[in-house]
Write a protein that binds this ligand. Structure first.
Ligand code: SAM
Length: 407
């Protein structure tokens, strides 16, 4: 028969019996989507992979520990035939044909009555691609479409979060434009107005189309009002003007980011807010510099602290004496200018002066610098080397464990 195109369709399998023959990697790859669709999956195979066994153990599928037998496809709505026994595949395929059960075959696509498309999902959209018998091409087309939907380069009808008159508080990650989340990037691509911080993935702003208004949060004129109030007012006024606003913040919006203040100000005005978490500099900057904040046998905890006020400042909410008693990793943000006082407080309260310290300036960007020192020497070293904010300070033995110590 000449090669005719397949008829694309979406099967609604919830509560319906699906039979999977074979317990190898083909079945393993297909099972999550069947389970996600709510199918009642019965897997028949004498042996299965460890991953499939775990699915059976947790009750996501049922597993009959045997080979295929005629009649196994009775009452099935759909079947995946993927055993390593060609004869069993052939017999099951013939039964499927007789019983009018749509069946996919892993060993012979031409003999199958159904094909599995290359699928991908992006926020409510399912992309399914069939290219005859060329699965690599299907996967490549699928990847291109999903990537385009995710980064906004592929125009798609408006989606929920794009609703005008709303604000998305987007954590942009530490600075490398590749370290924003997929959701954050997509919302950015759909924005009419972007209010951006000094920190974060500023390179992404260059990619925005010309009609997008980009507002530098550091430069909002705020007269007698506090800077944060002025930012809140800008967010409120643009949202009330019916625009899709993105508040692009460095790292995660809620890690020393005043994200909740902005969310509260918007909520008070009845403006819908979407919060998109970001990769905080507190763990990503050390990671990219080669330092794990925990390491087996070295640190069982890490504590992230703001160093924006000195330890002896009456406004400080940090218990430096308690921190000095911890054995684990201490990560200090906003602490470069006060590092001498911070290191002294820790040593005065009992932390060893030889404790390794790394200071990473402008981490994850092309300008990244790393300084290695100890608690006893870090104050002088930072001054001598001219280390400036933004920098993440990592204190603890994990600094010596990492890949890049002393570089
Ligand atoms: C106001 S806090 C915001 C933190 C942010 N919300 C986060 O989760 O990363 C700013 C501080 O984060 C740290 N920081 C942020 N990005 C950084 C980067 N790329 N390199 C080094 N430090 C960074 C610095 O300590 C900086 O002073």
């Amino acid at each position: 028969m000449p090669e005719l195109p397949a008829y694309p369709v979406g099967l609604r399998l919830a509560g319906r019996r699906v039979v999977v023959l074979g317990g190898g990697t083909v079945a393993q790859r297909r099972l999550p989507s069947l389970i996600a669709a709510g199918a009642v999956v019965e897997l028949i195979s004498p042996e299965v992979t460890a991953t499939i066994e775990a699915m059976a153990d947790t009750g996501e599928i049922s597993w009959a520990r045997r080979g295929y037998r005629p009649g196994d496809l009775a009452d099935a709505w759909y079947a995946l035939i993927a055993t390593s026994d060609p004869e069993a595949n052939e017999a099951a395929s013939a039964e499927a044909e007789r019983s009018r059960v749509w069946a996919v075959r892993s060993d012979d696509a031409a003999a199958a009555t159904a094909w599995t498309p290359a699928t991908g999902h992006s926020e409510g959209v399912t992309v399914a691609v069939l290219t005859g018998q060329d699965p690599r091409r299907s996967a490549a087309v699928r990847d291109a479409v999903i990537e385009g939907l995710r980064d906004g380069t592929l125009a798609a009808p408006p989606f929920r979060e794009r609703a005008s008159g709303s604000v998305a508080l987007v954590g942009g990650g530490p600075g490398d434009p590749d370290l924003i989340t997929v959701r954050g990037r997509r919302l950015l691509a759909a924005a009419d107005v972007v209010v951006a911080d000094r920190l974060g993935p500023r390179e992404l702003l260059d990619e925005l189309p010309p009609h997008v208004e980009v507002i530098d949060a550091a430069k909002i004129p705020y007269g007698r009002a506090m800077a944060q109030e002025a930012i809140n007012e800008a967010l409120v006024s643009h949202a009330k003007a019916g625009r899709a606003v993105v508040r692009l913040k460095g790292g995660d919006p809620y890690v020393f980011g005043r994200g909740m203040e902005e969310a509260q100000a918007l909520a008070a005005e009845g403006i819908p807010v979407t919060v998109v978490p970001g990769i905080s500099s507190s763990i990503s900057v050390p990671a990219v510099a080669g330092i794990p904040v925990t390491h087996r046998g070295v640190a069982h905890e890490f504590t992230v602290v703001s160093g924006h006020v000195a330890p002896d400042d009456s406004r400080s909410l940090v218990d430096w004496a308690a921190l000095a008693r911890l054995r684990g990793t201490l990560v200090v943000l906003m602490g470069v200018e006060r590092i001498t006082a911070i290191a002294k407080a820790l040593v005065d309260h009992g932390r060893d002066g030889d404790t390794p310290v790394a200071v990473i300036q402008e981490g994850t960007t092309a300008a990244e610098r790393r300084l290695d020192a100890t608690l006893a020497t870090v104050g002088d070293a930072v001054a001598r080397e001219g280390i400036r904010p933004p920098a993440v300070i990592v204190i603890g033995d994990v600094v010596s464990v990492g890949l890049g110590a002393g570089r």
